[in-house]
Design a protein around this ligand. Sequence first.
Ligand SMILES: [Zn+2]
Length: 390
Amino acid sequence: MRGNWICTFVALFALLLFAVQPAAAAHIDEGGSDPVWVGVNDTLLTFPDAQPDLHDGMTYAPVRTIAEAMGASVLWVPSTEIVQLYKDGRHITLDPPHSVLKTDDGTQHEAALYLQNQRLMAPVRLVGEGFGYAVSFHREGGPITRLTDSAASLSDEQFAAQNQDRIAAEKATWREEHQPKPAPEPPKPEKTVYLTFDDGPNEYTAQILDTLKDQGVTATFFVLGPQLQKHPDLAKRMVNDGYTVGLHGMTHDSSKIYRTAQTVVQEMEDDNTILTQTTGLRSAVMRVPYGSKPWMPQAYRDATVAAGYHMWDWNVDSYDSRSNSRTADETYAEITRQVPGKKEAVILMHDKKSTADALPRIIQWLKDNGYGFERIYGSTPPVNFWNDER
Ligand SMILES: [Zn+2]
């Protein structure tokens, strides 16, 4: 029976402590609120390391400095983390693990007792009142939280006036140190890569999209109109996942595309119409099949520019479409051979099984070699074989 009573008491006590803590924890922060000064009688205190802080309208300060200014002695019991303050036969107990400050008369105050710069911070008011001091808060002069007993000779106004120069100087220093600093710019990768995939969408595109998403990198797809019609869901996924969909025309047949400047424009217009029907988007970037040289002389380029298109080729050719027996290893080797030394790499790839299989390794290699991934926008200065920057 007796054992049960003790158990119940311990459980209740634990519950009580637990109930107290969350509220107290709300006081705790990293410091850095507006500055506040602390005086004991006619002395404005100096805190060499941890500075007084305002939390929820309460002034917190290093308890040792406050106690010693009041002539109290401080005893810290490391094993329990409890701090005892003694003065003139009275004592105060600070119990940081339980967020409790206990005064002589047995009153327990919930109090956030936290460390700042290795100093135990406590509410100045509770410590002062615990030893019978009067507590005042003088906002205009500092603000100053001041503890006074019969030894004080200055009024709060006189005390503030006497210390106004020091407070003004410290305030200026504090403001200097706490000026909002401009957020540091995230370091930009010095090297950029544009992954580009031509001739899709097709049955290998989903694997490519999965890999891009897994690796968190972006890319550009130059799509064919008829393929868009076969795989509208993949086109929608490209757009929804945030990749650029550019144009690659309709026939992929050089004898048809390049008959005149106008046939090139028409292939892109038809492709764009299907893209808009499929995804709701129009594209302003295009890549002509087989590359723009020699297929796109000045008059042809003028016509596509007049139609609003920016023309892209590449400066790294993965040769992934050279043969049907092309392996993932060969594509990886070719890209990692051609990319080094390029500040801006535009990699030509195709929606192919071997390329999709090589892609995770290719992306990892590019990341390891400091490349940032970008997609092509209409506003991106185009890379093409004619150095035509329009
Ligand atoms: Zn192509």
